[in-house]
Write a protein that binds this ligand. Structure first.
Ligand code: SAM
Length: 300
């Protein structure tokens, strides 16, 4: 999605940009290149090893970027208000994280610890959730963050199994899920449970809401926000945020009663109404991109 991101953010010389999910630095490098010779980039990631990789990749642009290990929920405390021309959020986990079994993100990689922390300084791991939450709380997480249709069944199976022996590895959890919901269709039966646990361990949805709120503060008028989502749970948050920001009225309370609407200038406008999806060649090159959706908004 690099071309689509550049198209949405339109980096230019002298501009200031934020890549709040810098990962291995692919998008950051493209933004620095496109804003040569003097565009500036703030990059952050929760993952220290991602930042090491990004620092290596971005070394040729020394002096034009600042990297820090941080949660993007803290952007508004780091970056000055109304100072940026573009902000990128490329959500979820990176291939670097998925491909390392010791990080515990993948149900497909070799067996690893049930970890799933993006920031290794954090105490809470996926094993803590799987071994300690009660059945209804596990079911709630699987439903809310994984949209798992068999959430209750999975939660009950986990609680019964852990009474015999606590879960330690990704492989143990995958084996249990496969015994509860045999494979059917393309999607592995553990996909949704793993997604839900990862989101819960990293408090991803709250962080996303804070970062979207920060976008309103740190972008200049005319500055753009580009968000790449990988599943419907996070895409819904971005869509709802966009709907709210592009509305030309406010209303008191939670319910939109037409008679009570107060007109206002919408704080943002959509760059394109529909989400952009990767083309076939991109998906062929990187199958993980198949569920990516890019949405972009411009501050008015
Ligand atoms: C899909 S990858 C980004 C890849 C990157 N755009 C590139 O070009 O290499 C997502 C990255 O976002 C990071 N991340 C996820 N949630 C975060 C948060 N709340 N704060 C900071 N970084 C986060 C992950 O650690 C991961 O490295």
């Amino acid at each position: 999605m690099v071309a689509a991101v550049l198209d949405a953010l339109r980096p230019r010389p002298g501009g200031r940009y934020v890549d709040a999910t810098v990962g291995g630095g692919g998008h950051a490098e493209a933004i620095l290149q496109a804003s040569s010779p003097d565009g500036f980039l703030y990059g952050c990631d929760r993952d220290a090893s991602a930042l090491e990789a990004a620092a290596q990749r971005l070394a040729p642009y020394a002096g034009r970027y600042e990297l820090r290990q941080a949660n993007f929920s803290e952007l508004a405390g780091w970056i000055e208000g109304a100072s940026c021309d573009g902000l990128l959020l490329d959500l979820g986990v990176s291939s670097m994280q998925l491909d390392r079994p010791e990080r515990g993100f993948s149900f497909q990689a070799e067996e690893g610890p049930l970890d799933m922390r993006m920031d290794a300084r954090q105490a809470l791991t996926a094993a803590d959730l799987v071994n300690n939450l009660d059945e209804s709380e596990l079911a709630r997480i699987f439903r809310k963050y994984g949209e798992e249709p068999q959430a209750r069944r999975m939660a009950r199976g986990i609680v019964q199994a852990r009474a015999r022996e606590r879960f330690r590895t990704t492989g143990e959890l995958v084996k249990l899920i496969e015994s509860l919901a045999p494979r059917s269709g393309k999607r592995h039966p553990a996909t949704r449970v793993f997604q839900a646990l990862r989101i819960a361990v990293n408090n991803e949805m709250e962080a996303l809401s804070s970062a979207l709120a920060a976008a309103c503060t740190i972008l200049k008028p005319g500055g753009r926000l580009a968000v790449i989502t990988f599943h419907s749970v996070e895409d819904r948050i971005v869509k709802n945020f966009g709907r709210e920001q592009t509305r030309e009225y406010t209303f008191p309370g939670e319910v939109d009663v037409p008679e009570l609407r107060q007109p206002r200038k919408a704080p943002m406008k959509w760059v394109h109404r529909k989400a952009i999806q990767p083309d076939e060649s991109e998906v062929a090159e990187n199958p993980r991109a198949r569920s990516a959706q890019l949405r972009a908004l411009e501050k008015t």
